[in-house]
Ligand binder design. Structure first.
Ligand code: ADP
Ligand code: MG
Length: 232
């Protein structure tokens, strides 16, 4: 667990890859789709066969924070043939879109069933220290800034209030026939992330974007951990 952070430090990086971030989070009991990094398409096919199709491929690079911006995410891959094609085209697309970026490979992960997209994050406030953030995914966060914040460490009551105070809360309650989200699972995930950042002061930023909220359970399908600049 400490290894991931130590190896990033040793390389002078502050951005952990998605696969590294998920290893850390998994170790802390936070539900994530785990990702295995493949250097070659053949290796990716082996991982996919073990996991079972459909799978998702994503670029692995500590120089790239937003993978889809550079064509680095491919979902719905349902065969070895589709995987090999997607692997090759992803490498080409990303090299063209992010020239000079260090590419460690492509990660293979199980494709999660679609849920309601929410975001769970942590940032560091210069005055308050670590602060947790919660909101609904997509336009709700990006355009409407409909998010709730609480200073770490959170009490169960804080997590309860956070999920309820966003304006989009009716969506989580299952407005207009939509499935109601498992609020207990979301609150538990938020609390685990709060404990995790409280225990790791070297983490400056953490983003689970998105987390899929289900009728039962919740699962982070993307994760990004940023370390604080090393003290020199
Ligand atoms: P980015 O670095 O661009 O944020 P993401 O890992 O969030 O990349 O992937 C982009 C989108 O692809 C996600 O918002 C989600 O809708 C979908 N996605 C990513 N991983 C999975 C997965 N394991 N299962 C299902 N959908 C996924
Ligand atoms: Mg994402």
């Amino acid at each position: 667990m400490v290894d991931v952070i130590a190896s990033a430090r040793a390389e002078g990086r502050t951005l952990l890859t998605e696969a590294e971030s998920k290893e850390l989070l998994h170790g802390a009991g936070i539900p994530v789709t785990r990702a295995r990094v493949a250097k070659k398409a053949k290796e990716a096919v082996e991982y996919a066969e073990e996991m079972g199709y459909p799978i998702v491929l994503k670029i692995v690079s500590s120089d790239i924070a937003h993978k889809s911006d550079v064509g680095g995410v491919a979902v719905g891959i349902d065969s070895a043939k589709a995987l090999r094609t997607a692997f090759k085209t992803m490498m080409e697309r990303v090299s063209a879109a992010a020239p000079g970026a260090r590419i460690d490979g492509i990660s293979v992960q199980q494709q999660a069933k679609q849920g309601t997209e929410v975001i769970v994050g942590a940032t560091t406030d210069p005055q308050f220290g670590p602060v947790m953030m919660f909101g609904l995914g997509g336009v709700f966060v990006e355009v409407l800034k409909d998010v709730a914040f609480r200073v770490v460490p959170l009490e169960p009551r804080d997590a309860r209030q956070m999920v309820r105070e966003i304006r989009g809360f009716p969506i989580l309650e299952g407005v207009r026939g939509g499935e109601a989200a498992d609020l207990d699972a979301l609150e538990s995930l938020i609390l685990k992330v709060s404990d995790f950042v409280a225990q790791h002061p070297e983490i400056a930023e953490l983003d689970l974007n998105p987390v899929f909220a289900y009728g039962k359970g919740a699962l982070a399908v993307d994760a990004r951990v940023v370390l604080a600049e090393a003290k020199s």
